[in-house]
Design a protein around this ligand. Structure first.
Ligand code: ATP
Length: 218
C-alpha cells in the first residue's frame, strides 16, 4: 500500500479510532487537539501529536497542514470550530478535507464551506444497523447511488455445491457476482465454473430491490 499522510483534528472517539486504523496500516498520521491531555494519550499511536487550536490559521500553517494528503476534521460539539476549521483548511489549499457532522444542518454548512466528504457517523451507523436487521444475510454493503448497491451476502444453503453458471444470478435475480469470499480467500471476478461452497459469501452488484430479494432466499 502506498504511504499517504493524514492529519486528524479532534481526538475524541471518532478521531482516535480513525487514527489507530491508519497507523496500524503503516500510514503517516498526525493527531491534533486543543486539549494537551488527549494529545499526550495518543502519542504512542501516531507519527506526530500536536496541541493546537485549529481555528487559528497560523497554527495550522505552522505544522505544514497543506502538505497532508488528507485532513480529517473530527470535531463534533463545537460546530463553530468545526466549520471554521474546514473553511481555513480549504483556504490554505488542503486538497482533501473530510469532516464529521453531528446533524443535517451541520453537514450542509460543512459542504458549503468546501468539505470534500462529509460523514454523519450516527445517522449512517443507524441506517446500517437497520439494514442488517432487515436482511440478516447481508454482512456488508456499499451504496453506489440511491438505487444501486454492492453487498456481501451469505450464500443461501440451497445454492451450495452449484457453479455460478448453474445459479445464473444475472438472469434469475438481476444481480452480478463480482467476488466470492471463501474463508480468507477473495476470488475477484469469479469464473462461471466457480463452485459455491458451504459458508461462502458472494459479493454482488445490482439494484437494491433485486439484491434484497436475492439476500432473502432461504
Ligand atoms: P467523539 O464523538 O468523537 O468522541 P465529539 O463529537 O463529542 O467526539 P468533541 O468532543 O466535541 O466531539 O470534539 C472532539 C475533539 O475535538 C475534542 O477532543 C476537542 O478537544 C477537539 N477540539 C474541539 N475544538 C478544537 C479546536 N478548535 N482545535 C483543536 N481541537 C479541537
Amino acid at each position: 500500500m502506498t504511504k499517504q499522510s493524514y492529519a486528524v483534528i479532534g481526538l475524541g472517539r471518532f478521531g482516535t479510532s480513525i487514527i489507530s486504523k491508519l497507523y496500524e496500516a503503516g500510514q503517516e498520521v498526525m493527531g491534533i487537539d486543543i486539549n494537551n491531555e488527549l494529545v499526550d494519550d495518543v502519542k504512542s499511536s501516531v507519527t506526530h501529536a500536536v496541541v493546537l487550536d485549529s481555528t487559528d490559521e497560523e497554527s495550522l500553517k505552522s505544522v505544514g497542514i497543506r502538505n497532508f494528503d488528507y485532513v480529517i476534521v473530527a470535531i463534533g460539539n463545537d460546530m463553530q470550530a468545526s466549520i471554521l476549521t474546514v473553511m481555513l483548511l480549504k483556504e490554505i489549499g488542503v486538497k482533501q478535507v473530510i469532516a464529521k457532522a453531528i446533524n443535517k444542518r451541520h453537514g450542509q454548512l460543512l459542504e458549503k464551506v468546501g468539505a470534500d466528504w462529509v460523514i454523519h457517523p450516527e445517522r449512517d451507523m443507524g441506517e446500517r444497523v437497520a439494514h442488517q436487521l432487515l436482511s440478516p444475510n447481508v454482512l456488508n454493503y456499499i451504496e453506489l447511488s440511491k438505487e444501486y448497491n454492492i453487498e456481501e451476502i451469505i450464500i443461501p444453503p440451497s445454492m451450495k455445491k452449484k457453479s455460478l453458471r448453474e445459479l445464473d444470478l444475472r438472469a434469475k435475480y438481476n444481480v452480478n457476482a463480482i467476488a466470492i469470499l471463501n474463508n480468507e480467500n477473495l476470488i475477484i471476478s469469479p469464473s462461471p465454473d466457480q463452485i459455491i461452497q458451504n459458508g461462502d459469501k458472494v459479493v454482488v452488484i445490482g439494484h437494491r430491490e433485486d439484491i434484497n430479494e436475492f439476500a432473502n432466499i432461504k
